[in-house]
Ligand binder design. Structure first.
Ligand SMILES: Nc1ncnc2c1ncn2[C@@H]1O[C@H](COP(=O)(O)OP(=O)(O)OP(=O)(O)O)[C@@H](O)[C@H]1O
Length: 359
């Protein structure tokens, strides 16, 4: 549904250039909820704004629903009309809602339809239908100031859907909301994705958002996408930072002559008794050091850190057994995990994906 190739954006800031996007190749499949995560300044906002050409990329291409937007050249009248038409298939939701305070809720939702020159009756019909869809049928005549944050975002979502978009872009849509309201907005986005077959790209700095509704995710750093794929693919990728952030498992070994193994379960492997099979088959004592089980995009996924007696060389066969079961198995470096040794040689800390402050 969305493909970018070599997407690059360089801003001129005073007398220096800032490369906000540095050759981004993104692939978003039709009907998926795709999360882009990264720290403040990683280039997430720039990426999402380039997807509907709110921001003109310096180079590279953007193709949405088969149409290459970046080939609609220039800023003339004709290019403007073409771009408006293409953009009507792409809705956008903003962190601070961007509602017009002087207009009623219904008139805010009708705004994109006015721009598309839809007649008044049809505009009104469509706006009321969308307000019903987002659960605000009774607020049509209210003004934004009379609404809660969550209700304002519902209006923002209804407005974004006015042009019957195939794609919805969400720029930190929940980061101004409290946790409960965040959950209700994420549920609404998930329902819209399923009911309307809407493809959703959302940018966020919260791993919980990815965990709650995303089928796929990309991690951005310094203007580049450093990891991307379905959540299951990421979990199956050795050393994936996103997988580690999604399912952090801690736990230190009881001594340094132990083997520590991180196991990722998904699909049918999540429900098989592999640990007890391992213990029985190899008559080995297994300690569970840490574990996290969760449901991601409706699928059960989990990670577990176990400890086996003896060093790695003594555990090659049991580890091979786990791999044969189709599990993702990563052998941890015990020297990094034992506190005394780790203090002498500090492991690089995984930077928390937190916003460092509002822009
Ligand atoms: N209009 C602009 N002019 C100059 N530099 C800009 C502009 N917009 C963004 N940048 C720079 O581009 C880089 C990427 O910014 P961007 O807003 O895309 O990051 P982000 O990941 O969305 O961050 P945040 O989570 O804080 O919103 C940053 O270094 C930023 O300072």
């Amino acid at each position: 549904m969305i493909t970018t190739t070599g997407l690059t954006k360089v801003y001129r800031s005073g007398d220096r250039d800032v490369t906000a996007l540095d050759g981004v190749d993104l692939h978003v499949r039709e009907g998926e909820v795709y999360g882009v995560i990264g720290q403040s300044g990683a280039g997430k906002s720039t990426l999402i704004r380039c997807l509907n050409l709110l921001e003109r990329p310096t180079s590279g291409t953007v193709t949405v629903a088969g149409q290459e937007l970046t080939s609609i050249a220039g800023r003339g009248k004709r290019a403007g009309a073409q771009l408006r038409a293409a953009r009507s298939h792409i809705g956008m939701v903003f962190q601070h809602f961007n509602l017009l305070s002087s207009r009623t809720v219904q008139d805010n939702v009708e705004l994109p339809l006015e721009i598309l020159k839809v007649d008044r009756r049809e505009r009104s019909r469509k706006a009321l239908e969308l307000l019903d869809l987002v659960g605000l049928a009774d607020k049509a005549k209210a003004y934004p100031a009379q609404l809660s944050g969550g209700q304002k975002q519902r209006v923002g979502i209804a407005r974004a859907l006015a042009g019957d978009p195939k794609v919805l872009l969400s720029d930190e849509a929940t980061s101004a909301l409290d946790p409960e309201t965040t959950r209700s907005i994420l549920t609404l986005l998930r329902d819209l994705n399923r009911q309307l077959g809407l493809t959703i790209v959302l940018i966020t700095h919260e791993m919980d958002v990815v965990k709650t509704i995303c089928d796929s995710a990309a991690l951005m750093k310094n203007g580049r996408v450093v990891e991307q794929g379905t959540v299951a693919e990421l979990l199956a990728t050795p050393g994936s930072e996103l997988a580690r952030e999604l399912f952090p498992v801690g736990g230190e070994p009881s001594a340094d002559d132990r083997t520590v193994v991180d196991i990722t379960f998904h699909g049918s492997a999540a429900t098989r008794p592999v640990i007890s099979e391992l213990a029985r088959t190899y008559n080995v004592d297994i300690s569970i050091l840490g574990a996290a089980m969760d449901t991601v995009g409706g699928k059960q996924i989990g990670r577990m850190r176990i400890e086996l007696p003896g060093r790695f060389e003594e555990n090659v066969v049991p580890i091979g057994f786990l791999r044969e079961q189709g599990l993702q198995v990563d052998v941890a470096d015990v020297a990094d995990l034992v506190p005394d040794t780790a203090a002498a040689v500090p492991a690089p800390a995984a930077a928390p994906l937190q916003k460092e402050g509002a822009k």
